[in-house]
Write a protein that binds this ligand. Structure first.
Ligand code: F6P
Length: 548
């Protein structure tokens, strides 16, 4: 057993779990009309209702004991202070500096990095204002109408999610497009929508070596030159965002259109950096700065709130409670806001690329689960897809429901209906439906005898299934910034307890390495025999097809 699973706080939670697992939330609510007040937090317009969880005040105390035992407060300060906590890459982790006010000081190796952060923000402001106003135009003098981000993973998922979530703030004169996949269908379908004279391509890549991004960038470049008829067009229709300014220069990007960021910004934590350029172009720099301010507000809450009143801490520790003590394998993110339809996909990289790790900070294999599969869809769509499993499946799936109290589109009764579904689902998951209740319903419907007995088992709901509800006034830039930072810091909390490095991603390298090895084999004239029979046959099937 590891130090963690042998530790007093872990052992205390383990024996507490033996008690709690026999209790019901229905009884907890029945015994305490003040339960909501005890287990909810409000901060800056955000309500975090975590009362529909299998917890008591003792649970909360034991979870915060585990956080304290893990020296969480020290780790929080180590993150914000610029200590190189990404130890396997010897890097600081300072996405929080990207949203810090100009007057802050954050040092890396004795150099305050905040001036650089704001130098790039000032450059973004100038550029976005020039593009949006028409001061900067395409090669033929036409105003830019299409923003096309070419990037993948953290160089795409964040900007895409934010542009979708904040569509009501997007310029009506601009469309935002995101090309990621090396599958040519991605760029082919996007190019069909574009007028080359009004398209601005942003090549977003922290390393500027990612195969998919460079392939798509080369295809876009060739398409533009072919359609405009001049290499000179590249200077006006391409921008780049990277830490690798040597490679951006080699690609031929006009240096004035290159926006740098730094190796202390993790790819999946980078939307706050110049990777957010497509966001700033689409919603405007003022709204981008509101997004940053929301995240900064959550950072300050995270740094200063006591553990028991700290949203990322509570959210993170609840995940550990279910994952490590109830053995849940996944959790579902269910935004009751159609604009947040890409939020689950964004969190998949953020959470699973951060904490999907099997080796701890000391290099030892862990003997406990780290991270869980994240999945989800907006409500109410999910209700017609996978809620059967969430309600009556054999495994508990903890859920996070997120919803705005006010819609950007107040049409008729839609929003009231949406929220009635959101609130009803969390109530149904908590309450369940007993056999007695189900029987009474069937009797009231006129069923009797064998017909009733045959149907009855299927109408019973176990209930006692946990959910969190995050309610906010409206999905605006500040709120979205707070929500994203909430999940970023929740992930950090969990990584500290699990004693893992949330900020490297060595697991993505092996597949890429083999793909580079197989690529020439798929092109070769000779039959390939170097691999296992499956891989050999797959390669040769393609080789033979492509010969015909
Ligand atoms: O998925 C691996 C990864 O390195 C991610 O961490 C990163 O966000 C993505 O690829 C893209 O990397 P880059 O921004 O360097 O092109």
């Amino acid at each position: 057993m590891s130090n963690l699973t042998r530790s007093p706080a872990w052992q205390a939670l383990s024996s507490h779990h033996d008690d709690i697992r026999k209790q019901s939330m229905r009884e907890m609510f029945g015994a305490d009309t003040g339960r909501f007040d005890k287990f909810s937090l409000r901060f800056d317009g955000l309500l975090f209702d975590y009362s529909k969880n299998l917890i008591t005040e003792k649970t909360l105390a034991l979870l915060t004991d585990l956080a304290q035992q893990s020296k969480l407060q020290e780790w929080i300060e180590r993150q914000f202070s610029g200590e190189k906590i990404n130890t396997s890459e010897a890097r600081a982790v300072l996405h929080t500096a990207l949203r810090s006010p100009r007057d802050r000081t954050v040092n890396i190796d004795g150099k305050n990095i905040i001036p650089d952060v704001h130098r790039v923000l000032d450059h973004m402001r100038r550029y976005t204002e020039a593009v949006r106003s028409g001061a900067v135009r395409g090669h033929t003098g036409k105003q830019i109408r299409h923003i096309v981000n070419i990037g993948i993973g953290g160089s795409a998922l964040g900007p895409l999610m934010v542009c979708e979530a904040l569509k009501p703030y997007g310029s009506p004169d601009l469309s935002a497009h995101f090309v990621s996949n090396v599958d040519a269908s991605d760029i082919a379908e996007t190019l069909k929508k574009l007028d080359p004279e009004t398209a601005l391509f942003i090549i977003s890549s922290k390393t500027f070596t990612t195969q998919e991004t460079l392939a798509n960038a080369r295809t876009a470049r060739a398409w533009l030159v072919e359609h405009i008829g001049s290499e000179e067009a590249v200077a006006k229709h391409f921008a780049a965002v990277s830490t690798n300014l040597v490679e951006t220069s080699k690609f031929g990007i006009n240096p004035e259109n290159v926006f740098e960021f730094w190796d202390w910004v993790g790819g999946r934590y980078s939307l706050w950096s110049a990777i957010g350029l497509p966001i700033a172009l689409y919603i405007g720099m003022e709204n981008f700065e509101r997004l940053l301010a929301g995240a900064h507000a959550m950072d300050e809450h995270f740094r200063t709130a006591p553990l028991k009143k700290n949203m990322p801490v509570i959210l993170g520790m609840l995940g550990i409670w279910y994952g490590n003590f109830f053995g849940t394998g996944s959790y579902a993110i269910l935004p009751y806001d159609q604009y947040m339809h890409r939020f689950p996909a964004y969190l998949q990289q953020l959470e699973m690329e951060s904490n999907g790790k099997r080796v701890d900070r000391a290099g030892d294999e862990v003997d406990y689960d780290t991270h869980f599969t994240v999945w989800g869809e907006p409500g109410t769509n999910g209700q017609h897809s996978f809620y059967q499993l969430i309600h009556q499946g054999t495994r508990m799936v903890p859920t996070d429901f997120l919803a705005p109290l006010t819609s950007h589109n107040p049409i008729g009764e839609h929003h009231t209906m949406l929220l009635s579904n959101c609130f009803a689902q969390t109530e149904a998951l908590m309450l369940g439906k007993t056999e007695t209740e189900a029987r009474a319903e069937l009797v009231a419907q006129g069923l009797t005898g064998e017909a009733l007995e045959a149907l009855l088992p299927y109408k019973v709901f176990p209930g006692n299934r946990p959910s969190n509800t995050l309610l906010f006034e409206k999905l605006d830039p500040h709120t979205l910034g707070m929500l994203v930072a909430l999940y970023e810091q929740k992930i950090f909390v969990q990584s500290v307890v699990w004693n893992i490095n949330a900020f490297d991603q060595w697991g993505v390298e092996f597949g890429k390495q083999l793909a580079n090895k197989l690529l020439p084999e798929l092109r070769s004239k000779e039959t390939v025999t170097a691999h296992d029979s499956s891989t050999n046959n797959l390669i040769n099937l393609y080789r033979n097809l492509s010969k015909t």
